[in-house]
Design a protein around this ligand. Structure first.
Ligand SMILES: Cc1cc2nc3c(=O)[nH]c(=O)nc-3n(C[C@H](O)[C@H](O)[C@H](O)COP(=O)(O)O)c2cc1C
Length: 344
């Protein structure tokens, strides 16, 4: 079974759903001596199968797959429909600018979780991680029975305890400066505001499980200070967004290089808190956004897709961690080697 001690470099390339994670990026991270990850959060089983096959063609090193746990429908507020309708009304004028009728747009909420899990049980990969919740002990055990090392992404000690009780092999501890979504277990949860350096000891006080930690890492000093806290590896997402192998859209790349100084946590795009570059969309809609998931994700998806194709980045979800202005356009292997070289 996979073991972090076998990695040449204590690095996990974060799974980044929605385009940035590619087989090329996962393989580049694994070939560089870290653990590359595929992001299956928005994929179906056929798409995952294709990505796993491509990754295997590009590397013979271990890699992992990340899944999103489905939201418990009871987690949404009882007036979720009314809240969503208000948000539709607020978004409608912008939708119209992109030729969309968001007032009458029919929401379809795909659920691929069980078919993805079944696929991974019959086609095992070395590592599987879960985000947005805790897998059942039964599912953890089924994956372990086919030789898969299982991780759960947590943002506070309470959820760390739940994941340990479910039998996880390791935890990915995510600090509040991380780019993209916070892996809160319940949609309504507020984000933990403790910096990673304080969150880690809190998690270590409730579990002895091996830990991976990430969120807001911008340079090799950040890497060293997190490793010094006794984790197996650091997880890096945003710093890989501009890498040659990432599938990051041009609009997202432009946002990251726009010289803008600010990111913030917002529910405006998906109903779940996620750290993004503060653009016009965040400024206008953050205060109006209800905590309704995954409906909000699928309501804003067509608008975000049109905005992305149009080019400018003011209306896209430009996920970014607090260290984003240190991201560089280079091959992933060079980014990684700079982060881990002794003299950097
Ligand atoms: C564009 C983007 C997409 C992300 N998608 C996922 C995902 O699909 N699954 C997941 O567990 N984490 C996801 N994350 C969060 C990362 O796993 C990780 O916590 C984060 O990137 C670490 O912080 P950093 O971006 O500051 O390095 C995403 C992050 C970014 C930037």
């Amino acid at each position: 079974m996979f073991n972090f001690a076998d990695l040449e470099i204590p690095l996990v390339g974060a799974p980044m759903a929605g385009g940035p994670s590619t087989p090329q990026l996962a393989a580049a991270v694994s070939n560089a001596g870290g653990l590359g990850m595929l992001a299956a959060g928005y994929l179906n089983a056929d798409q995952l199968s294709g990505q796993v096959q491509q990754t295997r063609e590009l590397t013979d090193q271990p890699f992992g797959v990340n899944l999103f746990c489905p939201a418990d429908p009871n987690d949404n507020p009882v007036n979720a429909e009314a809240l969503l309708q208000d948000y539709r009304l607020a978004l409608a004028p912008l939708g119209k600018q992109y030729g969309l009728d968001l007032l009458n747009y029919e929401l379809v909420l795909p659920d691929h979780f069980h078919s993805l899990l079944d696929w991974l049980l019959t086609n095992p990969v070395p590592v599987v991680t879960f985000t947005f919740g805790c897998p059942s002990a039964e599912n953890v055990e089924r994956l372990q029975a086919v030789g898969t090392y299982v991780g759960v992404t947590v943002t506070n000690p309470q959820d760390a305890t739940l994941a340990a009780q479910a039998g996880a092999n390791f935890l990915c501890v995510q600090g509040p400066d991380a780019g993209g979504h916070q892996s809160t277990f319940r949609v309504q949860d507020e984000v933990n505001q403790l910096p990673l350096s304080q969150l880690l000891p809190d998690v270590q006080s409730v579990t002895d499980l091996p830990l991976v930690a990430g969120g807001g890492i911008g340079n090799s000093e950040d890497v060293q200070s997190i490793l010094a806290l006794g984790v197996e590896a650091v997880q890096i997402g945003t710093l890989l967004l501009l890498s040659d192998e990432a599938g990051t859209s041009q609009a997202h790349r432009d946002a990251l290089q726009s010289g803008i100084a600010e990111t913030q946590l917002t529910r405006a795009f998906t109903g779940r808190p996620a750290r993004a570059i503060v653009n016009d969309f965040v400024t206008e809609f953050d205060k109006l956004a209800p905590a309704v998931y995954p409906h909000m994700h699928y309501l804003t998806a067509p608008l975000r897709a049109k905005a992305k194709d149009a080019g400018p980045w003011e209306h896209i979800n430009a996920w970014a961690g607090a260290g984003f202005n240190q991201a560089q356009t280079r091959p992933a292997a060079e980014i990684i080697s700079d982060l881990f070289s002794a003299d950097s």
